[in-house]
Design a protein around this ligand. Structure first.
Ligand code: ZN
Length: 168
């Protein structure tokens, strides 16, 4: 995963930083702070409290909350808090956010949905689906995918044979 040192964001598969457009990217290392999430102040407090509970180091930066406005109006409702966690803790941090239901609500920003199991889905399409058999189909397609991987490694002929034996 490539990382922009200036913005502290990850560039998933692109060659430029999604934030500043810089091409000066390097591989992220476990200790790099990475922008995980942008949230309102209340939500950010919930998230960071959960991180504290799980012992995940984090760092916050408030956007648009500086200057005179917050003093006059109190805490601005539209103040956004950017939460950074070390690159090596991202998966753990995401699990916690899923656990407290934050990731579902906010669909915007830095968190992309889980990669879709495209291969398994392709397999599933070839199996007749009925509601009662879904679990079985899921297991079957997972097994089928595993077998396919092995088959691809060994020989193309084997794939053909496997398909024939599985679908006829
Ligand atoms: Zn950048």
């Amino acid at each position: 995963m490539l990382y922009c040192e200036r913005c502290q964001v990850l560039s998933r598969d692109e060659t430029i930083c999604p934030q500043c457009g810089s091409r000066k990217l390097r591989s992220a290392s476990a200790g790099d702070p990475v922008l995980l999430f942008t949230a309102g102040t209340e939500e950010a407090q919930r998230i960071t409290a959960a991180f504290d509970g799980e012992g995940i180091p984090h760092m916050e930066r408030t956007e648009g909350g500086e200057g005179l406005t917050p003093i006059i109006l109190g805490q601005s409702r539209c103040a956004q808090v950017r939460i950074f966690v070390p690159y090596g803790k991202i998966d753990q941090a995401k699990d916690i956010m899923l656990g407290i239901g934050v990731l579902k609500e906010a669909g915007e920003g830095e968190n992309s949905p889980e990669p879709e199991p495209t291969d398994a889905q392709k397999q599933t399409k070839e199996v007749p689906m009925s509601p009662g058999r879904r679990a079985a189909v899921r297991i079957f397609s997972a097994l089928l995918f595993l077998i396919l991987v092995i088959a691809v490694v060994s020989a193309a002929d084997m794939i053909v044979n496997l398909f024939k034996s599985f679908f006829h």
